[in-house]
Design a binder for this molecule. Structure first.
Ligand SMILES: [Cu+2]
Length: 488
């Protein structure tokens, strides 16, 4: 299964606007106001928040720490006035923090110039903070000390040491009362495969209160066969012949090195200049993208800020163990938090350059995420523009300009799905954003072994014996703040 979404931001026809930048707004500074928080800044934020609640230090969990984005107009005006030396103070450098303190959700703004808390607001409305990996891990381990769950495994003849569990967000179905931070735990069976998503242990509902870190509800509704392991392991070493036709190798060679330059968070390539940062919730953020107009000899603004704001994945299976599955992959699990290290020569070509990033752990301390981005020039053998003039005999006059682009890539693996997130900058002046979906299907175990047996609504397609592919969608939304020639 593969989904892709493409948004084309072409600004080719906007040259009537007149607000121009002589130099790009992303120009290199010692610390750019849009730079992600540094490890040292994460540590300071943690210390400031902990010190502000000294009696509850063991009760503080950091669900999110990131840059508190400066005011756009203040930042643009400061950047325009900044060169060549600082004239005025930069916008305040601040962190935005979502922390659970005494079982309440606090939204804090921490000023990093004065090391103080600027605001501390307790959120009472709808919505919950991002899950941390630590609390998800703890919640998914609770079943292994829960006698009814162990009995349910026993009833199915499953070995406990082959069971892996994970937490699922609960969804919202119009309730007017908040029920606290609650997740459901779903378990899978290995025993002969690493593709655990293909072997769900169905019809068991486990509900966990994350604040009490306790199982609050358990139901074992019926026994459904676990799909068999044979043929589900995706690793090449476990696959059996026949394999597809083998291709000869292709090598990308840039003997003179890349044509792009990376200075801290600033990236320059061809006529493009932009700022690239990383956030735990949304992943890559492209800011202050501008393009050099060779005729006007000026940089022209294109996009102030762009990122994936949410990935919504609702499933359409109405059965008790499935109806609630309506995942927000960014807002609940963290599109950036779930980023994985890119595999050189596989995820990205030989001419790629890699960058790392930092996120906060549940205790607020920075965690390094190596190889979270790769940046490379792409020559896919495509044509950017061409013409053959056939009307001036005796010659054919042919002019061809090959298409070259710069790609910034991140891969985020949110459970069973792997999202390949590309920002592609083209010489013709467009930015192309692409999300490729790959990885594994989330399937439902079923008693059916052939489609002719099915005489009820099963909300999916029988893919293999005892294996239903559940109907679902992927909605990917982008925050695209386009400022073409400064026109917002
Ligand atoms: Cu899908």
């Amino acid at each position: 299964m593969a989904h892709s979404l493409k948004i084309f931001c072409c600004f080719f026809f906007f040259f009537l606007f007149s607000t121009l930048s002589i130099i790009p707004l992303s120009h290199q500074l010692e610390q750019h106001p849009l730079d992600s928080l540094t490890p040292n800044e994460f540590i300071r934020v943690q210390a400031i928040v902990n010190q502000s609640h000294p009696t509850t230090i063991n009760d503080i969990t950091f669900q999110y720490i990131g840059l508190n984005e400066p005011d756009k107009q203040a930042l643009i005006s400061w950047l325009q006035n900044h060169r060549p030396t600082p004239i005025t103070a930069p916008p305040p450098r601040q962190a935005f923090v979502i922390a659970r303190i005494n079982h309440q959700t606090h939204e804090l703004v921490v000023d990093l110039s004065y090391d103080n808390i600027v605001s501390d607001h307790i959120h009472h409305g709808f919505g919950y903070p991002l899950f941390t990996f630590q609390e998800q891990n703890r919640a998914s381990q609770l079943v292994f000390n829960h006698a009814p769950f162990l009995a349910a495994l026993n009833k199915r003849g499953l070995k406990v040491e082959e069971v892996i569990c994970e937490t699922f967000a609960l969804g919202w179905f119009g309730e007017t009362k908040q029920n606290g931070r609650v997740v459901k735990v779903m378990c899978y069976y290995l025993d002969g495969t690493v593709n655990l998503y293909m072997r769900p242990i169905e019809a068991i509902t486990v509900t966990v209160d994350l604040e009490a870190m306790k199982i609050t509800h358990f139901r074992d509704r019926l026994v459904v066969p676990v799909p068999k392991a044979a043929g589900t392991d995706y690793r090449e070493s476990e696959q059996k012949a026949p394999f597809g036709p083998e291709l000869k190798g292709i090598t990308v060679v840039q003997p003179d090195g890349p044509s792009f330059i990376i200075d801290g968070s600033r990236v320059r390539w061809a006529n493009w200049d932009f700022h690239l940062t990383f956030d735990a919730r949304v992943g890559p953020i492209v800011s202050l993208a501008s393009i050099y107009d060779t005729e006007k000899q000026e940089f022209r603004r294109v996009m102030y800020r762009g990122f994936v704001s949410e990935l919504f994945v609702p499933y359409m299976d109405l059965t008790e163990e499935w109806y609630y599955r309506t995942f927000f992959d960014a807002g609940e699990y963290g599109y950036g938090l779930c980023a994985v290290p890119l595999e050189p020569l596989r995820d990205c070509p030989a001419n790629a350059v890699y960058m790392g990033a930092f996120v906060a752990a549940q205790n607020g301390m920075p965690i390094e995420m190596p190889n979270v981005f790769c940046i490379f020039e792409r020559n896919a053998g495509d044509v950017m523009w061409r013409h053959t003039e056939t009307m001036i005999p005796p010659d054919l006059i042919t002019e061809v300009r090959p298409d070259m682009s710069l790609v910034v890539r991140m891969v985020s693996t949110v459970g069973n799905y792997d999202y390949i997130n590309d920002w592609e900058f083209k010489q013709i002046g467009s930015i192309k954003v692409t999300v490729g979906l790959t990885g594994l299907l989330e399937v439902r175990g079923s008693k059916y072994t052939h489609k002719d047996q099915i005489d009820e609504e099963v909300y999916g397609t029988l893919l293999a014996e005892n294996t239903l592919g559940a109907y679902h969608d992927h909605f990917i939304t982008y925050h695209l703040d386009l400022d073409v020639d400064g026109c917002e």
